[in-house]
Design a protein around this ligand. Structure first.
Ligand code: NAP
Ligand code: MG
Length: 481
């Protein structure tokens, strides 16, 4: 299906961008399905002016409760149009329609409505001080927030930022990834439909190196909320330093999933596969390093390989498909490159490793891939692959597991499998990660904050703690003498 040409949403109006339009490719069919505008520096400037004017003007006059009501309505509208928007999500990303329709859209709706509830529940305090003064605090919005998001959960990761930002009274400029811009544009359209004033949510498409960079450098933006690559995040922090912007970063991971010998082995095998293969492994928190206790390694690896081989790759638009196409050609080739490197470095390929064909001869489909006998010095044990490739490493005991689990630059998430309650809590306390899953993996809830330790970033998304990153505190002193 050809969706035509898409424009930028600035100040409540659709307009062309100044740059050369960017084609959007369906990774399952390799067809160009749409073209999106490519915002120039001037377009970014127009978006900032519109967001600033809305922030100072109409949006400032909207009550907190009304902001909440608008967010709630946006959630309702998104649910009403879930089928069409889920289809777009699958078309530009390659993920199964089951995931788009049954998981990602409902999670996005929940997030919008969760923060709708917070809009009128964040407020200041009075502070006892010495002397005769009334001191109170105000929780004020930051101003213009730019949300820059990647291609793996294009709509949901946008909502994780847009919802708390708007709930707290900020205005937003959203820049989706070039590969997956279509659902962010739909979010902007729906926001207008439900009555957000023009300029409160602007959606700017364009390439990271030009549009993204212009956003990061713009002095009129107060905060950058970024999800993406650790290396991009470093550059964003450097650029944002020039104008002391607030920055939150949700970056990459190489998350360990630790299986102790006393675990429920079949549950752990299922958890290991869900941990790496959900979302084609294009999940920042993917359990991409499986740490297995030496005494159960052989049994575990046999079961794991059998399960991975049974998983079938299919047409993302088929509701029965649970494993779709990788998101782009460049990414697909990069993942294949890691598979070759792993073989060369001596890892044992126990499942997958090849391009998968769904019968069309087209699309960036890869078999779910598992490597055994991986050692901590190998490339696939260290670098984020962001694809369906699992590196299995053995460990000797609890302390060895903790040391290996923490032995990366990342710290986004971790999983552990054991029936021993004491061991579970002890290991959970020692893992340097923002999320630890015990006897489960890859579960999320909009009420539970999520984010990184170490080079996986800082700041938190979801839950009440995300609100801290979209407000600033003012102390007001009133002399009573
Ligand atoms: P990316 O290359 O860093 O891109 C992310 C976003 O930043 C895209 O919108 C991109 O635009 C834009 N961008 C690129 N260069 C920029 C620049 N110089 N200035 C401003 N914006 C710029 O990341 P990706 O490859 O799309 O996504 C994969 C990464 O995201 C993985 O490392 C993954 O772990 C991480 N991730 C983290 C989380 C989390 O919550 N921690 C969640 C999901 C993904 P273009 O698309 O035009 O390049
Ligand atoms: Mg990239």
């Amino acid at each position: 299906m050809i969706l035509g040409r898409k424009q930028l949403l600035i100040n409540g109006e659709w307009r062309d961008g100044g740059g050369k339009p960017i084609p959007v490719v369906n990774p399952a069919t390799e067809e160009v399905i749409a073209e999106v505008a490519n915002a120039t520096k001037e377009d970014v400037d127009a978006a900032v002016q519109s967001a600033r004017a809305a922030f100072e003007g109409p949006w400032a006059k909207v009550s907190a409760r009304e902001r909440g009501r608008l967010l709630w309505k946006l959630g309702e509208k998104l649910m009403e149009q879930a089928d069409a928007i889920a289809t777009l999500e699958t078309q530009h990303n390659g993920k199964p329609i089951f995931e788009s329709r049954q998981i990602e859209i409902p999670a996005s709706v929940e997030c919008l409505q969760y923060y709708a509830g917070w809009a009128d529940k964040v407020h200041g305090e009075t502070v006892p001080v010495k002397g005769n003064a009334l001191v109170y605090t105000r929780r004020e919005p930051l101003g213009v927030v730019a949300a820059i998001v990647p291609w793996n959960f294009p709509l949901m990761l946008a909502v994780w930022k847009v919802a708390p930002a708007l709930a707290m009274g900020n205005t937003v400029i959203l820049k989706p990834a070039s590969q997956t811009p279509l659902t962010a544009l739909e979010l902007g359209r729906l926001a207008l439909e439900v009555g957000f004033p023009p300029g409160v949510l602007n959606v700017i498409t364009g390439s990271g190196s030009t549009t993204g960079q212009a956003i990061v450098e713009h002095p009129g933006i107060d905060k950058i909320a970024f999800t993406g690559d650790t290396s991009t995040g470093k550059g964003i922090m450097r650029s944002a330093a020039e104008t002391i912007k607030h920055v939150t970063l949700e970056l990459g991971g190489k998350s360990p999933n630790i299986v102790f010998a006393d675990a429920d082995i079949d549950a752990a095998v299922r958890g290991a596969t869900v941990g790496i293969f959900y979302g084609k492994g294009e999940v920042c928190a993917a359990g991409s390093r499986l740490l297995v206790e030496a005494s159960i390694k052989d049994e575990f690896m046999d079961k794991l390989a059998a399960r991975a081989k049974k998983m079938s790759v299919g047409d993302p638009m088929d509701p029965k498909t649970r494993f779709g196409a990788l998101s782009s050609k460049a990414h697909f080739e990069r993942v294949l490159g890691y598979i070759e490197t792993a073989k060369k470095e001596g890892a044992a390929l126990v499942a997958g490793g090849q391009r998968a064909d769904i019968g069309t001869g087209k699309g960036y489909f890869l078999q779910p891939t598992v490597f055994g006998n991986v050692t901590t010095d190998m490339t696939i044990a260290k670098e984020e692959i962001f694809g369906p490739v699992l590196a299995c490493i053995e460990f000797a005991d609890v302390e060895d597991a903790i040391a290996k689990a923490n032995g990366t630059i990342y710290g986004l998430a971790a999983g552990l499998w054991t029936k021993d309650v004491k061991k579970a809590h002890y290991v959970a306390s020692k893992l340097k990660a923002g999320t630890v899953w015990v006897n489960t993996y890859n579960v999320y809830d909009t009420a539970v904050s999520f984010g990184g330790y170490k080079q996986s970033g800082f700041g938190r998304e979801m839950g009440m703690h995300a609100l801290d990153y979209y407000t600033q505190l003012k102390s007001v002193w009133v002399d009573l003498n």
